[in-house]
Design a protein around this ligand. Structure first.
Ligand code: ADP
Ligand code: MG
Length: 286
């Protein structure tokens, strides 16, 4: 019957989504997701909708894991985390309806030139505030990089897709896409070792790479040859530029400690002299 044909499923998708939202222009395009600007028809407000195709997704318990994670994410309320409003899922697609963030990617801004230590510190404080908040609720990002950090109208940072990497990993596992996409430059050495890892520790490592990029203007571990890049990450081989303050150099060596057991923790980060300067505990309600 027509009810099970691919065409009928597409129509159901459209009805579920377009009764509530008017889809606008394409904002960004990832390896397996497209993000659109959209308007909420009930109040006229702007939202961003991320559409993930799950062509080959199986029935399994996969979707229930994904739904549990999403329900936690929907409860995350933090000034530096992109808010997830709702998730619509159909047979072929997952739609993440999110807060619309106007100012683009932090990546684009740092690509124009490195930041002063003070500006780097401001973004890093906002990042750590968001990451710490999520860790305390058992949510790990696992794909932190400047491409996933957006800027709002006030020039404040918003972490995008918090926890979605776990969800999209699951989609990948189910056969949609097995190719590793994006730059591996932010991956912690223990992930490369493939012996299991602590989600909090790998996020701290990625935050270290991000801080290095913001203040140095280039990646700490880089090589045109992927295997050589992995080798450098594995060895924790990086050199800080001459102009960096000794405090920041020491701080980076604690963030980019290849041993996850001795690597600095979020609580220790917040007490570190370089981090603390001008830090006001970011206030929010839960
Ligand atoms: P992928 O997982 O495929 O990388 P992302 O969620 O990172 O997809 O989104 C791709 C791009 O779309 C982002 O890099 C950003 O430029 C844009 N984008 C994503 N979410 C939003 C949002 N909430 N508001 C504005 N732009 C967004
Ligand atoms: Mg992304």
């Amino acid at each position: 019957s027509t009810a099970t044909s691919p065409v009928a499923v597409e129509k159901m998708d459209n009805n579920a989504l377009f009764g509530k939202y008017e889809l606008g222009k394409l904002l960004g395009c990832g390896a397996f997701a497209k993000v659109y600007h959209a308007r909420n028809l009930s109040n006229g407000e702007s939202v961003a909708i991320k559409v993930i195709s799950k062509n080959k997704i199986a029935g399994s318990n996969l979707m229930s894991n994904v739904k549990r994670e999403i329900s936690i994410m929907r409860r995350l309320r933090h000034p530096h985390i992109v808010k997830l409003f709702e998730v619509l899922a159909t047979k072929t697609k997952i739609y993440f309806v999110m807060e619309f963030v106007k100012g683009g990617e932090l990546f684009a801004k740092v690509a124009k030139g490195r930041f002063s230590e003070d500006l780097g510190r401001k973004y890093f404080q906002q990042l750590i505030s968001a990451v710490g908040y999520c860790h305390s609720r058992g949510i790990f990002h696992r794909d932190l990089k400047p491409e996933n950090l957006l800027l709002d109208d006030n020039g404040d940072l918003k972490v995008s897709d918090f926890g979605l990497s776990a969800v999209t990993d699951q989609v990948r596992h189910d056969g949609l896409l097995h190719t590793l996409c994006g730059t591996p430059a932010y991956v912690a050495p223990e992930i490369l070792a493939k012996k299991g890892y602590d989600g909090a520790k790998v996020d701290v490592w990625s935050c270290g790479v991000i801080l290095f990029v913001l203040t140095a203007g280039y990646l700490p571990f880089n090589d045109p040859n992927l295997m050589m890049m992995y080798k450098k990450i594995y060895k924790g081989e990086f050199r800080c530029p001459k102009w960096m303050s000794p405090d920041l150099k020491r701080f980076l060596s604690r963030l980019l400690d290849t041993n996850p057991k001795t690597r600095i923790t979020i609580d220790e980060i917040i007490r570190h002299p370089w981090f603390k300067k001008g830090y006001k505990e970011i206030s929010f309600y839960d």
